[in-house]
Write a protein that binds this ligand. Sequence first.
Ligand code: CDP
Length: 232
Amino acid sequence: MAAPRPAHDRSTSPRGDAEIRVVAIDGPAGAGKSTLARSLAEHLGVERLDTGAMYRAVAWSALRHRIDVSDAEAVARLARDTAIEVGERVVVDGEDATAAIRSAAVDSAVSAVAANPAVRAELVARQRAWVAERGRGVVEGRDIGSVVLPDADLKVYLTAATETRARRRARERAEGRSVDAVHDDLVRRDRLDSTRLASPLPSPEDVAADAKVIDSTGKSSRAVFEEVLACL
Ligand code: CDP
């Protein structure tokens, strides 16, 4: 059997054309996925889907309905019944939850929701439908290149040192949490995301043959974007 070809190597693209239609961006929290996804989507003239916002939307809805996030059955039912629109705003069952899904409470609850296989099955189906409807797009998350869209034309795995990610994330958050508190949350979520049984976040070494791995530590978002542009 032939060795798998790197998805970012257009010269050996099995599709034989150079057009990039679907891009998968994966990596841990605070690595800069959303910033890169935004620039890339604009450059390619396609839409962007933040799949993390979908898991956050279910976690937020569970908190609102006082559903225990460790009650796998109840959370799975909730995921199936919840309408989620993810664009510039995140609308959950008709309510704008854009800011609320980024709260510390949701940060704490989201890993349990994302570890639930039935929730993943529901959201992965919606993510694939989103891409199938458009035929193109930039999709970011943890399992996009590995599970959701294994045939993506370009796969990027973005990472950065934990301290760098915590500093960036603390700057972004409106709640003004300390860098230390954000750091502890990232370390906790990284551990849960990469050790769960259902679609764990792969390590950069695991995906290196299949994805363009970029360590954004010490790099500007522009520099990261240009590194990706060089693969198009
Ligand atoms: O923005 P941040 O990097 O903090 O995380 P996010 O992309 O908003 O994702 C929030 C959580 O959703 C992650 O910690 C994962 O547990 C989960 N997630 C996932 O399991 N699979 C995805 N494709 C996207 C997010």
